[in-house]
Each structure stands twice: as C-alpha cells, then as structure tokens.
Design a protein around this ligand. Structure first.
Ligand code: ARG
Length: 585
C-alpha cells in the first residue's frame, strides 16, 4: 500500500510531464502537510521554485499544473492560493477506503522497504570496568528504537555493541587483580569483584601512588597484547564481570545486542595503518602516525590530526573505528553504518569517516552516519548527578522510576477504590516506570540536551508514556465494557466519517507510514513520539465528542473500528520505541 503522499507524488509527476514536457519528469512537487487545516491537508509548493527555471510567474505555473493534475479520486478540486500554493483537501470517500485498507493490514499500511539493506546500528557500547552512565543509556534507548524501526521496515539490522574492552587500563586492572586476588586466576570461575567501578577506582589510586606498580601495569599490557595466557584469562574475568552488570540493564530494558568489542578488531589494526601509508595519507608527527585533514583544528586553531598509531607503537580508539568501519563494509556487507553516541564524539566520527573516504574504503552505495545526542541534565540544568554529587548508577535510576510509578499507581488504585493483586501492581509499575524513562528520552529531539525529571515523565497528562499508554487502555476499556471482539467487527463493516473529530483522527491514522519513512531517513525517533502523542490527543477529542458504544449503527461499528485502529497504531508505534502496552493500568 502506498502512502497518500506517495500517491500524490506519482500524480504530480505525471502532471509535470503533461504540462511542461517529459524533461520535467521527477520534479519534486515540494509536497508538505498543510500548515493550517483551513487550507486543506497538503500543499504543493513547486510552482514557486520553478518560476525562475521556467521563466513564468508561479501562479500561472500552478494553474497549468493543476489543469493536468488528475487526482479527483483522492482530493477535492485543488485550490490555488497566494503566489502559487496548490492546496489539497483529501476526499472523505478516499479517507474511508484508505482506512478500510489499513485496518485489514497487519502492518497498518506501512509497506516493507522496497530494497532492504543490511545496516549496522552501533549503539550502547559502554566501557568494561567503567560505569555505564546516562550517556550510554541514551545511546541504548535511541539505538534500540532506530534498530526496531529499521527492522520493522524489513532491513537486515546488525545491532552491535562496540564495548570498550581494550586499552592500556587493562594493564593496571590486571596487575591490581593479581595483587588483591592472587588466586582468582587459578581457582574461581565466577569471581565476584563486587562493584567493578570501585575496583577500578582502587586500582587507579594504586597506580597513581606507586611507581613500581605502574611498571608492573605496563608489563601487564605488553603481556596481554602478546597473548599471554594468564593475562588473557584475567582480562576475560574482568570483561565477564562487567558484562554481567551490563546485562542486568539490558534485560530490564529488553535490549538485544551482539557484543563485538574493540578487542575484536585487534588483528586488523596493522593493516589499517599500512593501507593508510600506501594511500599516502600518513604523516609522522613527533613519532606518532597521523592523518591531517583540512578543516579540522583544535581550540587554538592548530591542525587537529587523527592519530592512528602512537609513538610507542600502540593503536587507539580511532584506529579501531577505522578497522571496524572496513570490517562492517567488507565482511558484514553493510550498506548503512549508524553510530549512536553523544555529541562530544562528533569530531571523532567526522574525522574517521573522512579518512576512510579518502582511503577509498567507503563505496558509493554505502552511507555512514553519526547519530549524535545531547546531554542528560538534572532539574538544576546541570549534568545529572545524585544528591550527594555522584554519577547516577543506571540501575538506581531505573529502580527509582519504577518505585515512583508504583507509588502513583497505588495512590490511584486507592482513590478509585479498586482492588488489584500484588502481581498486577508489580508488572504495571515496571512497564510504566521503564516506558516513562525511554519515552522521556526519545520524545526529545536527540540533538538537544534534556532535563531528566521523574515528575514530568510520569505525568498522566502531557507528552509522556503514561499518557499514551492510557489512551491505549481506554480503548481496551471500551472493548471490555461493550464486550467487543475487535478482531471480529473489523472486515465486515464500513467506516463512515461524519464528525470533524472523526475526520481529524482518520487523517492522522493514515500518516503512520509517512512518519516511519521520515524516521528511517533522518533517524529522529522523536518524530514518531510526536505522532503518537498527537494521535492520543486526537483520539481523546474524538472520544469526548462522539459517542461510541451508545451510537446507532452503522456509526457504532465505524467508530469502534476507529478506536481499534487507534489502539493498534499506538501498540505498533510504541513497540518501535521499545515500549510495551498495558491492557489496564
Ligand atoms: N565506548 C565508547 C564510549 O563509551 C562508545 C563507542 C561508540 N562506538 C564506536 N564505534 N566508537 O564513549
């Protein structure tokens, strides 16, 4: 099924050819949703941009175009306004048939991609033995949603966790491990280091205070890199410990990832440097091998090189990313590489991509994109911290959201004089708490910082997860009250749109596929959130204005179908944000 905008575009394409000749095929009609419902549903603004090219006043062009535009089955007669806007209003009969079609479609009118591609989404990617912080939480939530949307469109998505599991800090950690748990390597298979982050801090303290220890740590790095068995085992132990801690968060948030950490690319690092050398891109600067690119400078305006091999022969973060990029293109066969990290890494990725491009590693048909995001701020507008000024542990943050959702829920249950089982309360509080955190993050344009507020994200009113979940619950409530089997009523009945609020809701329901196509292109999940928020809002207005169960037939069934379509759209849309719906709350 083609979206309305796609159908209109095809009609315009034909009109361009018929009105101005075949060389005009493929002209963009500049079709956008109308800014004001007064002017209809869509407007085509092409006449303005074509005026110069065709040497005619835009209004005359618009008239000529409209004369050849065959859209009577979709729209009312087009209206030309102002300098040459073409305003389009969808016909009620068209809306009714379209709704019937999406209602019979499991995908609600969202067609699978015509040319599915293999795409890598590199997200989450915390660092071993270090805190998984709120920045990683953002990456996890945004990356997962992007992956879900691409998967739903039928792409073959590789969800990669590029964990920081390599680097000189492991020398220090292993040396410290040998010191405090001398028999850890020979006896324990499930060593519990307790809190790995404080273990890291202790090791770091030891490292900073003792020169002899620093030397031991350096030797450990060399041994680890040389593949010494004991050192590898110690490294493994540390990784496993971290992995277990990360997994708790992933399980809680229902996140699936394939771990392919930095260490995976070790064997490919020398070739990266060699090939850059061969391509004539390397410059030696104080013993380090670098690539200088014009346009990249540091704060002082000095050229900012991308260092690929340090003077001691070691490789770094950028070298690994170059190797990973090549591997994903050449071995994985990916056509789109998506990297979800905080904005602070924008320069890093811009440099990595540019170097790879110059080295000829990015074929024409491959797209590489950095998907940056802003900071998570506390309610004081500063970086999110606990009351005592510590970094917030993710586990605590999620638990707190669940606890608060539970308190709200219990208060509501009491107020309404309901009785609910402990099991119900637990599961609903968990869903609401976690969805609230995910949605608060996703609903913001990721390019800006956002303020983390439990009160705001858990509010039943406003652009929040509970508000959307509630709209879904409302439909289920109607179903229970009227003893309706939504699956059965569909199919045999007709949709009839009469009231203004029905029309508004109907038009919105039909826009899902346009929204998904947009998110697929610009990777901004907040567009989907906004769409679902407006859907809930329009549904609530419809429900206030139009009786459903009490309506006469054939309205009753028609409205029940609108309710059902709203619920199904919410369920699908929320699932693409990684959020589960509730039948009751
Ligand atoms: N481990 C990095 C960090 O915590 C993020 C890695 C992102 N992915 C990548 N391919 N560089 O900042």
């Amino acid at each position: 099924m083609n979206s309305t905008i796609e159908q209109l575009k095809a009609r315009f394409d034909k009109a361009f050819i018929d009105a101005f000749g075949s060389e005009m095929a493929g002209t963009d009609p500049v079709l956008v949703p109308a800014t004001n419902p007064k002017f209809g549903d869509y407007q085509a603004n092409a006449a303005m941009s074509l005026a110069k090219k065709l040497g005619k006043p835009p209004r005359a062009l618009a008239e000529q175009l409209v004369k050849h535009l065959d859209i009577a089955d979709i729209c009312e007669p087009p209206q030309i306004a102002g300098p040459g806007f073409i305003n389009l209003t969808l016909k009620t009969a068209y809306l009714e048939t379209q709704l019937m079609a999406i209602q019979a479609d499991e995908r609600l009118g969202v067609a699978p991609a015509k040319t599915p591609k293999r795409q890598v989404v590199d997200f989450s990617s915390p660092n071993i033995a270090k805190e998984m912080h709120v920045g990683h939480l953002r990456s996890t939530i945004i990356g997962d949603s992007i992956a879900r949307i691409l998967e739903f469109r039928g792409h073959d998505v590789l969800r990669l966790n590029h964990v920081g599991d390599w680097g000189t800090q492991f020398g220090m950690l292993i040396a410290y491990l040998r010191e405090v748990y001398p028999d850890a390597l020979t006896t324990a298979n499930a060593l519990d280091l307790g809190d790995l982050v404080s273990f890291y801090k202790q090791a770091k303290k030891r490292f900073d205070e003792d020169e002899a220890f620093q030397e031991t740590a350096r030797k450990e790095v060399v041994k680890l890199q040389a593949g010494d068995e004991d050192s590898r085992r110690a490294w493994q132990l540390l990784c496993e410990q971290s992995r277990r801690e990360f997994q708790v968060i992933y399980d809680l948030l229902d996140i699936k990832l394939i771990e392919r950490g930095e260490s995976f690319y070790n064997p490919f690092l020398p070739a990266v440097v060699e090939d850059l050398e061969k391509a004539g891109l390397l410059v030696e600067d104080q013993g380090a091998k670098c690539v200088f690119l014009e346009g990249f400078t540091n704060k002082e305006g000095q050229p900012l090189p991308l260092i690929v091999q340090k003077s001691d022969g070691g490789y770094n973060y950028a070298t690994t990313d170059l190797a990973a990029l090549r591997y994903r293109i050449q071995q994985d066969g990916a056509k789109r590489l998506i990297y979800v990290t905080d904005m602070g890494q924008s320069t890093h990725f811009a440099q990595v991509f540019e170097v790879a491009k110059r080295a000829g590693w990015i074929p024409e048909d491959v797209e590489v994109v950095h998907v940056p995001f802003g900071l998570v701020l506390g309610e004081d507008g500063k970086k999110l911290k606990t009351r005592s000024g510590e970094t917030v542990r993710l586990r605590d943050l999620l638990d707190e959201a669940i606890a608060r959702a539970r308190a709200d829920l219990e208060a509501r249950i009491k107020e309404e004089g309901r009785f609910e089982t402990e099991e119900f309360i637990n599961s609903v509080a968990k869903t609401i708490g976690l969805s609230a955190v995910k949605y608060a993050d996703l609903s913001q344009n990721r390019n800006s910082n956002y303020i983390f507020s439990y009160d705001k994200m858990l509010d039943l009113k406003g652009n929040t997860a509970p508000y959307l979940l509630y709209a879904y619950v409302r439909v289920q409530g109607i179903g229970r009250k009227g003893d309706i089997d939504f699956e059965k009523i569909a199919g045999k009945a007709k949709i009839i749109l009469q009231e203004e609020s029905e029309m508004v809701l109907a038009k919105h329901l039909l826009q899902l596929s346009e929204v998904i196509a947009q998110v697929e292109a610009d990777l901004l999940p907040n567009r989907l959130c906004q769409y679902l928020y407006e859907l809930s809002d329009k549904f609530n207005k419809f429900y206030e204005q139009c009786p459903v169960l009490k309506a006469e037939e054939p309205q009753r069934t028609s409205r029940l179908i609108l309710c059902d379509l709203t619920a199904r759209t919410l369920k699908l849309g929320l699932s693409l944000l990684g959020i589960n719906v509730l039948e009751r709350m």
